[in-house]
Design a protein around this ligand. Structure first.
Ligand code: NAP
Length: 283
């Protein structure tokens, strides 16, 4: 068997086209969704993510602003800026590129962003809503995975989903979103014993460990759906956590790296910002 490849890139383009039309319709009602991205320092990888977010916003006609602050900005200065953005009625989504430098608490920053403008979905109030099955802003990568699975018409109810990873960014929230869809969810992590005995049971295997080629064809049940979240650079080349060539011979569906989960993350950020604008304007 050779798996059907789920290209997040294509789906992301289709969704962004729909969003472009939605933004344009909101403009006719004088609603201009706006995302503000704040970055501290000049880390090239973070800067490239941030520029990608800004370009994607502009491409769908959404207002966006990039605030670049020096790395020595104090925690209080950053908190003051966030408060100003919280109060600014023209701003609908606020994103501070994480991690922030060591002298600033990530958690304090996450909690300072008003939950109604928390388009990353990291604020404890929004995490709590997600856990209790309420509508809210869902974290972008997990949400992107959920949308990919749904658009590929993969049944989730009753399926055994095995997730490698339990980070607050990916592993835990994707597990929660799939539990909310009535899947049976198992989380594996670095202390899990006999990883393969778990992965072999998965109807849907989601790999978010950040370890190149952690999973290969022999770890996968015949016909499983494999979602590779990993982004690793090996010998200058971008690669996932799954050995694509061997896995695709066993899986029924598989996402590639690049062009898989990655493009969906920014797309869901745009979705969340439009949603924030609509909610703030009672649309
Ligand atoms: P993270 O915070 O480092 O978490 C990695 C998780 O994997 C941890 O729970 C860790 O277990 C587990 N793990 C690590 N090695 C393992 C092993 N050998 N066996 C089993 N479990 C193992 O990383 P993250 O932020 O969740 O990101 C995961 C990957 O996804 C990274 O490659 C990242 O670059 C990528 N990512 C991609 C996107 C995208 O848009 N495509 C977005 C976010 C992240 P412990 O908890 O026990 O340490």
């Amino acid at each position: 068997m050779s798996a059907e490849v789920i290209y997040g890139k294509q789906l992301a383009e289709d969704l962004r086209q729909e969003m472009k039309e939605e933004v344009s319709a909101l403009h006719t009602k004088d609603i201009r969704p706006k995302l503000v991205v704040v970055i501290l320092g000049e880390d090239p990888a973070s800067m490239s993510y941030v520029k990608g977010k800004q370009r994607a916003s502009e491409k769908i006609g959404m207002d966006s602003e990039l605030i670049e602050l020096p790395v020595e900005t104090s925690e209080q200065e950053l908190l003051d800026l966030i408060e100003k953005l919280n109060q600014d009625a023209t701003v609908h989504g606020i994103l501070v590129q994480l991690p922030v430098p060591d002298h600033i608490s990530d958690q304090k920053i996450i909690e300072a962003i008003h939950p109604d403008k928390d388009v990353d979905g990291f604020h404890p109030a929004n995490v709590g809503k997600m856990m209790t099955g309420q509508d809210t802003f869902f974290p972008c990568t997990p949400y992107g995975i959920l949308v990919m699975l749904k658009r590929a018409e993969i049944t989730l109810e009753g399926k055994h989903v095995v997730i490698i990873g339990r980070s607050n960014l990916v592993g835990k929230p994707v597990g929660q979103l799939l539990l909310n869809e009535n899947a049976t969810v198992t989380h594996c992590h670095s202390r899990t014993k006999q990883l393969q005995s778990h992965t072999k049971q998965a109807d849907i295997l989601i790999v978010a460990a950040g370890k190149p080629s952690l999973i290969s064809g022999e770890d996968i049940k015949e016909g499983a759906v494999v979602i590779d979240v990993g982004v690793n650079r090996v010998d200058g080349k971008l690669t996932g956590d799954v050995d694509f060539e061997s896995a695709k011979e066993v899986a029924s569906h598989i996402t590639p790296v690049p062009k898989g989960v990655g493009p969906m993350t920014i797309t869901m950020l745009l979705h969340n910002t439009i949603k924030a604008a609509k909610r703030i304007h009672n649309q």
